[in-house]
Design a protein around this ligand. Structure first.
Ligand SMILES: [Zn+2]
Ligand SMILES: [Zn+2]
Length: 397
């Protein structure tokens, strides 16, 4: 329901009127209608009309929300106009004043009010307060955005890929090019609302406008619809949409493909397609932004004497030099072996943490060797602070 124009309540009017019957004019004297509109008593119909338009625009409640004073002035002006715009009422008012037009019933003539709404409709319904009332909806709208999910392998997210997603979307009908009409035919003005898109109902002083149900507020109806789209201008299609996934995306990344969403009804701009990525986990690499992490076990001998070990990267094998005396938990950084930076240059790094494996299930010979070693090693078992112990964790590049 749309509020068009603005009525004034019969109650307010009658209360004011009552001051005439009980004679208490002193406090409730109604202002002169000509004075309210700021026109001479000899003013022409046109002068009265334009004076009222000016005041109505200035004090309209739509323009002055929560302003009772403005609302009062608007009502006052509307009341004055409803009387002065009507020849008979005006003559009666000129002769008898307020009593002349308010006697017997105390309301305004509905026909006068109709005219009043026509004036308001011109000003408030269409141009100044678009959307508040009277404005016709338009067929052309932007198409809806769509969302599709896409599952990617870990490597596809790292290096990017070209794939396609299946999208069910409305596309512009080729037969009518989105118009919805049969060849050579055009939409016709809706007869129910005479093209206004709204139907007005008079309820006392109030004019209520409702969206026209025949044309859904469009003001036009298609009488000869396109056979293919049945007048909708669009057809539903299942389509594989080519999707280029850039390198460096990650789980949860949302890629927007501009204009690949639903076609806009009746030639409107197409919506966007959002592809939400779901990236599978890797067997041993873990991602943190553009860096990769993994853990590689080394023997106590490799950690103690140093070794060269083969470490896998996403771009092939890398030989990592583990230096003599490497402590457990030491992390090595292999530069540029991480993930390409999304929409940027270069790549992150690969961090390899070495975990020294304590040997189990020793043979008799191995046990003898270790015992022999133990006799020669100086062992320091005195406790240390955790924070100090943590400092043993070094980073090499
Ligand atoms: Zn069509
Ligand atoms: Zn209609």
């Amino acid at each position: 329901m749309v509020w068009v124009g603005h009525g004034f309540s019969r109650d307010v009017y009658l209360n004011k009127n009552s001051c005439f019957t009980d004679g208490s004019l002193a406090t409730n004297t109604k202002r002169d209608y000509y004075e309210i509109l700021g026109v001479e008593r000899s003013a022409s119909e046109q002068e009265i009309k334009s004076a009222y338009r000016k005041l109505a625009m200035q004090h309209h409640p739509d323009r002055n929300p929560n302003d009772p004073a403005a609302e009062e002035r608007f009502k006052e002006a509307s009341e004055a106009y409803s009387v002065l715009a009507d020849g008979d009422k005006r003559a009666a008012y000129d002769r008898f004043g307020h009593a002349g037009v308010n006697a017997g019933g105390g309301g305004f003539d509905e026909t006068v009010f109709h005219d009043f709404h026509d004036i308001l409709g011109d000003f408030f319904g269409f141009d100044l307060f678009g959307g508040r009332g009277g404005q016709r909806r338009t067929r052309v709208q932007r198409g809806a955005d769509l969302r599709e999910d896409l599952n990617l392998e870990f490597e596809e997210a790292v290096f990017g890929t070209e794939t396609s997603v299946n999208v069910r979307r409305h596309e512009t009908c080729e037969d009518c090019r989105g118009a919805g009409t049969a060849p050579g035919k055009a939409p016709v003005t809706c007869r129910t609302c005479a093209g206004h898109g709204q139907v007005r109902h008079q309820q006392g002083f109030f004019s209520i406008a409702r969206t026209c149900s025949t044309c859904q507020g469009l003001g036009q109806v298609i009488t000869d619809p396109c056979l293919k789209c049945k007048g909708h201008g669009r057809v539903l299609r299942q389509r594989a949409v080519e999707t280029k996934v850039p390198a460096g995306v990650e789980d949860g990344t949302r890629i927007r493909f501009s204009g690949l969403g639903e076609a806009g009804p009746f030639g409107g701009q197409a919506g966007d397609l959002y592809v939400v990525l779901h990236v599978k986990e890797h067997a041993f690499f873990e991602r943190e932004g553009s860096d990769l992490q993994c853990v590689v076990p080394v023997s106590i001998v490799q950690a103690t004497l140093g070794a060269e070990i083969k470490v896998p990267t996403l771009r092939g094998e890398h030989t990592l030099k583990v230096p003599e005396g490497t402590q457990p938990g030491t992390t090595f950084r292999i530069k540029n072996q991480g993930v390409p930076i999304l929409n940027g240059r270069g790549s992150g790094d690969l961090f390899v943490e070495v975990r020294v494996q304590t040997p189990t299930k020793l043979s008799k010979r191995q046990r003898e060797l270790l015992q022999e070693l133990s006799g020669t090693l100086k062992v320091e078992n005195s406790p240390q602070r955790r924070s100090l112990f943590g400092k043993m964790k070094e980073m090499f590049s």
